[in-house]
Design a protein around this ligand. Structure first.
Ligand SMILES: Nc1ncnc2c1ncn2[C@@H]1O[C@H](COP(=O)(O)OP(=O)(O)OP(=O)(O)O)[C@@H](O)[C@H]1O
Ligand SMILES: [Mg+2]
Length: 250
């Protein structure tokens, strides 16, 4: 049987005396879409930071396609096909839409990131960037300065950056944060299409209807612990989950 695309084994993360995450064990089968939900401060972004290597766990281990990557830096994990978007945008605001994607594609391919030298058109990173922008329907915006994009367009641009990097496993931290309600269906459809192509997705998202619609498995974090994990229907019906969310919308 194929190993899970991503696995957390008894992960713990402490800062000073504070326990941020404790004993989190989670397997994400290849090709599945896991929705990660939980109240503010539950540890969702911290878990993604551990999974992609921005921070190191205090205990436990992380596997990517069956290989232990616990000690690998984020760039090494990225080269193994793990892509990540952040809760707040990390785009180069003063560069064009196209340059944002091309630079990411170039870094992924191990090339130099010389801002000043014009890329050759035949450059594989440029080709990947064009294709990714077309995929998220941002081709018309490709020469615009990124700062001028709407929140929804910036979120699509972040997905294009992942596509151009050829990441097979995507960690998305609130990919719909800050976008207008009318942009949510388009972003949902895009994430659904990435999943349908066989990519593995871990998505932190507060829009519960989106999570239920897209995820085949939902994991719930609460105060740094995994409270429940199962099908969307089972998780929503779970008494512990209901109690954890009592008084606030899921
Ligand atoms: N480096 C750090 N030092 C101290 N506390 C931290 C650190 N990183 C995270 N925390 C704390 O860990 C907890 C979990 O934070 P995290 O950002 O992972 O939550 P979250 O589930 O992503 O929340 P949100 O839904 O608001 O994005 C919070 O209480 C946060 O204040
Ligand atoms: Mg967060």
């Amino acid at each position: 049987m194929a190993p899970p695309a991503l696995a957390a084994r008894a992960l713990g993360y402490r800062v000073g005396g504070a326990i941020i995450l404790e004993d989190v064990t989670l397997e994400v089968p290849a090709g599945s879409l896991l929705g990660l939900i939980g109240p503010n401060g539950a540890g969702k972004s911290t878990l993604l930071n551990l999974l992609n290597g921005v921070i190191r766990p205090s205990s436990g281990s992380i596997e990517l396609n069956g290989a232990d990557v616990t000690r690998l830096r984020p760039a090494r994990r990225a080269r193994l096909g793990l892509g990540r978007t952040f809760q707040t945008s990390t785009l180069f605001e003063s560069l064009s839409v196209f340059e944002n994607v091309r630079l990411a594609a170039q870094v992924q391919r191990g090339g130099t990131t010389n801002f000043w030298r014009a890329p050759r058109e035949a450059d594989p990173a440029s080709a990947a960037a064009h294709e990714a922008l077309e995929r998220v329907q941002l081709t018309e915006q490709s020469s615009r300065i990124t700062a001028g994009l709407s929140h929804g367009e910036k979120r699509k641009l972040e997905l294009a950056i992942l596509l151009a990097s050829e990441a097979r496993t995507l960690l998305l931290d609130e990919p719909m944060a800050g976008v207008n309600t009318q942009d949510i269906p388009e972003l949902s459809a895009l994430i659904s299409a990435l999943h349908a192509e066989g990519r593995t997705v871990v998505m932190v998202e507060h829009h519960l209807s989106v999570v239920i619609g897209l995820a085949d498995t939902v994991a719930v974090l609460d105060s740094g612990r995994l409270l429940a994990c199962g099908t969307p229907e089972d998780v929503i019906a779970n008494d512990d989950v209901q109690r954890a969310y009592l008084g606030q919308p899921l």
